[in-house]
Design a binder for this molecule. Structure first.
Ligand SMILES: [Zn+2]
Length: 77
C-alpha cells in the first residue's frame, strides 16, 4: 500500500444556519447534494456539488466539513 499526504482544509458548519439537508458548497456556494452512505453513522455525510463537482466529507456532530481530493490530486499522488 502506498501512503500519501494530503493537506485537508477544515471548514466549520455555521450552527443554526447550515441545515444538514441544505448545506451550500464551501467553494461556489451552490446547494450541495447530500448523501448518507452509512445509515449507522447519520452524522457522517458526503456532500457533492453539482456546480463545481467538489466532494466534501461532512462530520455533522463535530460541525466540520473536509474537502476530499479530486481525481487529479489522487492521480498525481
Ligand atoms: Zn461547488
Amino acid at each position: 500500500m502506498t501512503s500519501i499526504h494530503l493537506a485537508l482544509e477544515i471548514i466549520r458548519l455555521r450552527p443554526g444556519i447550515d441545515d444538514l439537508s441544505d448545506i451550500d458548497c464551501p467553494d461556489c456556494h451552490a446547494p450541495m447534494i447530500i448523501h448518507q452512505p452509512d445509515e449507522s453513522l447519520p452524522d457522517r455525510l458526503i456532500g457533492i456539488c453539482d456546480s463545481c463537482t467538489g466532494w466534501f466529507l461532512i462530520e455533522a456532530a463535530a460541525g466540520l466539513i473536509v474537502r476530499l481530493p479530486d481525481d487529479e490530486a489522487l492521480r498525481d499522488a
